[in-house]
Design a protein around this ligand. Sequence first.
Ligand code: GLY
Length: 299
Amino acid sequence: MAMAPPRDHAGRASAVIVHGGAGADPADGRDELRAGVQAAALAGWRALGGGGRALDAVEAAVRVLEDHPRFNAGRGSVLTSAGTVEMDASIMEGDRLACGAVAAVSRVANPITLARRVMDDERHVLLVGDGAHAFARAVGLPDCDPALLITDRQRARLATHVPDSRGTVGAVAIDRHGTIAAATSTGGMVGKRPGRVGDSALIGCGTYADSALGGVSCTGAGEAIIRVVLARRALDHLQGDGEPDAAARAAVDLLVKQGRGEGGLILVDARGRVGYAYSTPLMPVAWMSSGLDAPRVPF
Ligand code: GLY
């Protein structure tokens, strides 16, 4: 599945990195997680080919994970205490600091695409609940029966109240023009109170991109991530040519110590270098960048 690395005439590198959520290491199903994040990274990489945009890459990558029932986003989202699906998503493009987000949506198959439409529309940054559904209809996104998003796995999870289900999905990319974009999508926390909104809908918390510095997508305990404004703070650690993995680790340490929660994040810096870190037993990650002939899937 090797593809030629996209490079522009100035030799600028492209890259895309995806995560499938920080959480427990499953007793089984690791192969499924690996295949899922690898497929998402490849979808993002294909979108970057031929001068494609980072924004299209992160949307394409996240859609793959939203469509995959094994990840906590789109189909396969965890359930609220009422047994319903309420999803959050956000997307950002770092040249203009353009961003869009949705929260507590239940009638769209791909919340990240609805967030993208909010961004492209430019009037607002965040739409929630029925207002977001009305906007989806107005821009022609198909209505989705919420029952189709609910899997037996998540019904069982709610029934047994498995506490550690912090999976969320995300992607960060840089294109050959040097534009950085980031996207995050989630069903939230299992058994959450209906109406609860987490970090994944909040720019600066779950998602941030500034093409001068880098882009970030977070996963983990949403309330803790919000407390420390994690995505934006992670970029502080890239100032002065900080190493991406060290920046990610410093940000996760901040989440654990000051935020009082567990989680992880992925990032891409302005030079196209990728980094990631997490404090949970597992965070499925895959990336593809100029110079690689196949995605790296390090777990
Ligand atoms: N990080 C996902 C959430 O807490 O909703």
